[in-house]
Design a protein around this ligand. Structure first.
Ligand code: ARG
Length: 475
């Protein structure tokens, strides 16, 4: 049954119903719709629109319906347009026509935004929590590998030696920003649209602050037109999820590359690998590849919604119904992907010897020669030139930098003394970079200790928020 039949002389044609129906996907909002209805009911009782006795009948009906929804005993049927219509139908079936009183003082326009925001709060917190679990496994792996010297790359070419823990800890840094963004999202978006009605506010619902408080919102939006037309919160959530997806994709790319025979830097555990239907020997890094692949849809969901919003006149337009599927898809994608990646990273075995063996290759210590000269007050441009000449000579004679003779060094630059060779070790090069953000083991261990503190702090604010919201009005 549509919620708007009275003005029409005929039922909508079946093709219209098929086009406009959203209940197959927006049913995910059902538990939140019950909560919002309960909060709204309190407002209507307080303002005297619903008499206290009737109010208690409606409250009991809504609660019973909420329990049935959670148990899968009540669901939508073919006649329902959206989740809101299905719940009104269920309520009226349960308690009679009085169930229809609840529609006073609100519209689906403010109702749907309230439901959707509560859904997002719940699910973004779940994603934040899973992300902190992924950060924790990266912190642990980084710590284990904080002494392992490795080649560092730029342009995917050997550049300078680093420690491998530093390489892994960079993922914790990026993922922590993703968690932070979820915190920022809450600060900016956790405001209630309820009371906006269709667009103008409602004379029957004079105390929106109260329903906002009951639902765990941090306040009420200030403008009823903005309240029903704004979907910044959805676009922003999609950006936060797309950015996280891009980080997971880059992690996936690294593990895919590192697990090749050519690299042989990591063995992905059998439990987190897959096989081939034709080649019996194959072990494929499908989780890493899916992490890379799924970023595509996360980005697509963001750009799709932005395209829907662009040029929309303000206040509610039916186009806005298109906000939900991208959000549900991004949320559900991440909730499946993150646990798989956590397991993959946690169980990955890194091949320390292989990783270290290439640290010096491709003249990765050439920068040490330039730095050595710079420390002797040689202008860096000249120092760079001289170090380049050393590389050229080595390449020509098929030797390594430390194998250049004293005479050869002196000929290239008078300041290149034999003690230069002390600087030409990967461990020395790494150990010298002791400043904040540097790659020495001591800097990296300090970084990991800070990361662990930050992860703990993140886990604690997330669980506080989860507790705060789950303490709110229950269906
Ligand atoms: N299913 C609709 C949506 O998601 C609910 C709001 C309908 N409002 C309306 N004026 N038709 O946007």
């Amino acid at each position: 049954m549509a919620l708007w039949g009275g003005r029409f002389s005929a039922e909508p044609s079946s093709v219209v119903a098929a086009l406009s129906r959203s209940v197959e996907f927006d049913w995910r909002l059902a538990p939140y719709d019950i909560k919002v209805n309960l909060a709204h009911l309190d407002g209507l009782i307080a303002s005297g629109v619903i008499a206290a006795g009737n109010g208690e009948v409606i409250r009991a009906g809504l609660k019973a319906l909420g329990t049935e929804i959670l148990a899968g005993k009540f669901t939508y049927n073919d006649s329902d347009e959206d989740v809101h219509s299905a719940i009104e139908r269920g309520l009226i079936a349960k308690i009679g026509a009085i169930g229809g009183a609840l529609r006073a003082g609100r519209s689906r326009n403010d109702l749907v935004v309230a439901d959707f925001k509560l859904y997002l709060v719940d699910h973004l917190l779940e994603i934040a929590s899973l992300t902190t679990d992924l950060i924790s496994v990266f912190n642990d792996q980084s710590e284990k590998l904080a002494k392992v010297v490795a080649p560092g790359f730029t342009h995917l070419q050997h550049a300078q030696p680093i420690v491998f823990g530093h390489e892994l800890a960079k993922h914790s840094q990026a993922l922590l920003r993703d968690v932070d963004r979820i915190g920022d999202w809450l600060v900016r978006n956790n405001f209630s649209p309820l009371g906006a009605g269709a667009l103008a506010g409602s004379a029957l619902q004079p105390n929106p602050e109260k329903s906002a408080e009951l639902l765990g919102f941090d306040g009420v939006l200030a403008n009823s037109i903005d309240a029903v037309s704004d979907r910044d919160f959805a676009a922003e959530a999609l950006f936060v999820m797309a950015m996280l997806g891009v980080h997971l994709s880059r992690i996936g790319e690294e593990f895919t590359l590192w697990s090749t025979w050519e690299f042989d830097w990591v063995t992905i555990d059998d439990a987190y690998s897959t096989g081939s239907s034709i080649m019996p020997q194959k072990k494929n890094p499908d989780i890493a590849e899916l992490a890379r692949g799924k970023s595509g849809r996360l980005i697509g969901n963001l750009t799709g919604l932005l395209a829907t919003l662009k040029g929309l006149p303000f206040a509610y337009n039916r186009d806005l119904q298109e906000d939900k599927e991208p959000i549900f898809d991004s949320v559900e994608t991440l909730i499946v992907l993150l646990p798989a990646l956590i397991g993959m990273v946690e169980t990955a075995k890194f091949h320390e010897k292989v990783i270290s063996s290439g640290a010096q290759a491709e003249f990765a210590l050439a920068t040490e020669i330039a730095d050595y000269l710079a420390k002797k007050a040689v202008p860096f441009a000249q120092a760079h030139e001289a170090a380049g000449e050393c590389v050229r000579l080595c390449e020509k004679s098929g030797i390594e930098l430390h194998e250049l003779s004293d005479e050869q060094l002196l000929k290239i630059h008078p300041e290149l003394a034999p003690d230069l060779r002390d600087s030409l070790t990967t461990s020395g090069a790494v150990a010298s970079r002791t400043s904040l953000l540097g790659t020495s083991t001591s800097s990296v261990l300090a970084q990991i200790s800070d990361l662990k503190d930050a992860t703990k702090e993140a886990k604690s604010w997330i669980s506080n928020e989860v507790a705060r919201f789950s303490g709110m009005m229950k269906p």
